[in-house]
Write a protein that binds this ligand. Sequence first.
Ligand SMILES: *Cc1c(COP(=O)(O)O)cnc(C)c1O
Length: 401
Amino acid sequence: MTGTASSKDPSKKFSQTTRVTQLGRDPQQNYGVVNPPVYHASTILFDTVEEMETRAAIKFEKGTLNYGRQGTPTIFSLENAIAELEGGYGAFAVSSGLGAITTAILSVVQSGDHILVTDSVYAPTRFFCNDVLKRMGVETTYYDPLIGGNISSLIKENTRLIFTEAPGSHSFEMQDIPAISQAAHNKGILVMMDNTWATPLFCKSFDLGVDISVHAGTKYIVGHSDAMLGLIVTTESCYQKIKETTFHLGQCSGPDDVYLAQRGLRTMAVRLRQHQESALEIARWLQQRPEVSRVLHPALPEDPGYALWSRDMTGASGLFSIILNPVDKAAVNAMVNDLDLYGIGYSWGGYESLILPSNPSSIRTATKWSAEGPLLRLHIGLEDTDDLIRDLEAGFKRMVR
Ligand SMILES: *Cc1c(COP(=O)(O)O)cnc(C)c1O
């Protein structure tokens, strides 16, 4: 019980399916109990004033216990697990995925800076840039997600950060992250990636050159639609700055939400295997439907993003979109409203299927979204695929009236 190496040290010799069952756990330190304890903590007591002062001086060092807001063993356990899984140096658990994005960006920009953000970005990230960053005097330029290495033509003297997201929210374009990273690093610029879709299991963002990766833990890591959580994963060189900024912003996460994320992590590999398989089966079925013009899913060989996806990711999750052939809104609503198994609602990554009509053209500024018909985004949950297909089939019948 020395508190150093565990007998179950999750060495890299194990596959990641095995590692998600082990990372961040240390039963030997915890009376043999399988899972880390859930510490509910604000105050953390010190033995002496001297001890308090020593701890305050190292408060920005990884794993320092100082005050509940700055992390507890429960929180460090999840942070370490996610960092190790994705290949980063350290991680930070914060209140939501959007909180992870905004905190990470605020950690690296200052007034007068310029940042580049993909036009396919998660919409609330855009709203943050257009509102808060703008008020702070940070300028945002949106770029074509397919730009690749040509991003260098958009880099200005004061460009500080390139924000990427692959595949794109709702529209699923893949981005050439290694090419973008190389162009950025040539000019000393940082690269951030919203890696929520692929998760730390299917995309090792740091191998692609990313400096800071952000996740909506709310989605597949929690995996059961019952908690909000964000994660920032970083290289060693960006760690300190993010640690300080989370401190200054008062960012933290709740013990029970972190516990739910740890619990979700244990089954993430098997859940994702099923999400992937079911989503691909349904995507292929949708490709054959006369009502569907195109399926936007980078793991389909017909998808324009397939080459990048197969080069940079080792799996796909359960979220993709379809473009319908031209049809009016009432017909789309008739289809969507009466589905039995697909809920209408935001978020995704839980065990249950969801569907959402969406129109990327309303927010794009760098590129024009020209789809032949309405877009529907589907999250394929863990239900039986025959049931899910029959439900969609009945929905398509309702579209023709
Ligand atoms: C949902 C989502 C977020 C935000 O996560 P929240 O936990 O809902 O704040 C960020 N990025 C992507 C790609 C998302 O889908």
